[in-house]
Write a protein that binds this ligand. Structure first.
Ligand SMILES: Cc1cc2nc3c(=O)[nH]c(=O)nc-3n(C[C@H](O)[C@H](O)[C@H](O)COP(=O)(O)O)c2cc1C
Length: 403
């Protein structure tokens, strides 16, 4: 079984990936005040690029600097300062590992403190326990939809110009593309709403526009929810259709995840069992495009079984922070198992509501340590991470969220 994880994989566009380890996107929040990558961000990728990882996906980069998901986001919406993106791409590929820029627009998932008027397919507020952290969005006009499609395409062209080997479109976790796909968030009466074909139009226009304007060896990947796990939302049936259609259109790889700010399924229950693996395995049977399952992989046997069952790559995020040399460890250790720190405030009700934000803040802190060559702190006390979040983003940030 050992070899399964270390076999090369060829993508539809001919790119050869040396092994089955996929570093999933993690918002590093290392953008400077001009939303450009800072020195720490480049140092962090210098670290990951030194390791034996198959593909590196960056944290989400916003395609429109007016609409950031959170403070510290990087944005790529101008020709200016492409040099710093070039430096990032160059460092990421110093050992030949493909590095893909994840492109995103938050839509209505923008913190109240960031934008007066978020935009979304329809003026439907975010519900659930995190609702008060967000404003009611305004419905996008057709002109705004076209402008946003163009911004995604331009960002991908700039990513190619900067030397990245691909992009990943973030169509998961409740952000703008996911909002268009979801019947719960998209009540439009025009050609962008209604049937799945219409709800997919935004994604298709972005994807096809990028495909037409980049070189054939530039990879275009997708991150998609298996389900939003919310009534009337984007469910697994829709997901299967999107996978089939995007495969026919020639997408190079599809990463499967799930949830959004209303149903953040990102947490301890997924840490010991790969949460979306059953969905990802089923999807791998209906397409020839490589499917990546992400979320909860901590165990070598579980990873081998996933590949054996048809998934093409193992997506991991938090494990690559805790153990950047994870791939080497897995290669050398027969019964590899990673435990993630259980952060707690000591108050179970608080842990329940603030679990995701505590986790994000902890991992952001550890990415900063990695960037600066300092060892990871395995901690249980969640309070310092809560306080850091409040200091940086105000009390409104203390809401369940996922990226
Ligand atoms: C600090 C942090 C930031 C994240 N940022 C992003 C992001 O920018 N884009 C994205 O698609 N997923 C993001 N995620 C989700 C991860 O890519 C991944 O789907 C999730 O952590 C589950 O995988 P894991 O169990 O291996 O960590 C983030 C996760 C963490 C912990």
């Amino acid at each position: 079984m050992d070899d399964l994880l270390f076999q090369p994989l060829t993508l539809p566009n001919g790119t050869v990936i040396k092994n089955r380890f996929f570093k999933s996107a993690m918002s590093e929040t290392m953008g400077d005040r001009h939303q450009l990558p800072n020195r720490e961000l480049i140092m962090l990728y210098n670290k990951w690029a030194s390791e034996d990882i198959g593909v590196l996906v960056t944290g989400n980069v916003m395609i429109d600097s007016r609409y950031l998901g959170e403070p510290g986001n990087v944005a790529l919406d101008s020709e200016k300062n492409l040099d710093v993106f070039k430096a990032w791409a160059q460092v990421g590929q110093k050992k030949g590992t493909p590095i893909w820029l994840q492109l995103n627009h938050p839509g209505k998932q923008m913190y109240r403190s960031i934008q007066e008027e978020p935009i979304a397919p329809s003026a439907i507020p975010i519900s659930g326990s995190s609702a008060s952290a967000f404003r009611i969005p305004r419905e996008m006009t057709l002109v705004e939809i076209q402008e946003t499609v163009t911004k995604f395409i331009s960002a991908a062209q700039r990513a190619e110009e900067a030397g990245f080997s691909g992009v990943q479109l973030h169509a998961a976790h409740g952000y703008l593309i996911n909002q268009f796909l979801s019947p719960a968030d998209n009540h439009r009466k025009d050609t962008y709403g209604g049937s799945l074909d219409n709800r997919m139009r935004f994604l298709r226009e972005i994807y096809q526009g990028i495909r037409r304007s980049v070189n054939p060896n530039f990879s275009i990947a997708l991150k998609l929810n298996a389900s939003d796990f919310k009534e009337e939302g984007f469910g697994f049936e829709d997901c299967q259709e999107v996978v089939k259609i995007m495969s026919d259109l020639g997408v190079d790889l599809i990463e499967i995840s799930g949830g959004n700010y209303e149903t953040p399924v990102f947490g301890s229950e997924y840490e010991n069992g790969a949460g979306f693996l059953n969905y990802a395995t089923a999807l791998s049977k209906i397409t020839n495009v490589p499917i990546v399952s992400t979320g909860g992989f901590r165990d070598k046997k579980q990873m081998e079984k996933a590949i054996n069952d048809g998934v093409s790559m193992i997506g991991m995020a938090r494990p690559f922070v805790l153990m950047p040399n994870l791939v080497t460890e897995i290669k050398q250790t027969k019964d590899f198992h990673l435990t993630t720190p259980r952060l707690t405030t000591g108050l179970s009700s608080l842990d329940k509501t603030l679990g995701p934000i505590i986790g994000v803040s902890y991992y952001e802190g550890q990415m900063k340590r990695l960037a600066n060559g300092r060892p990871i702190k395995r901690r249980e006390n969640a309070w310092p991470y809560l306080l850091t979040t409040v200091k940086l983003h105000g009390l409104a940030a203390l809401r369940p969220r996922r990226q």
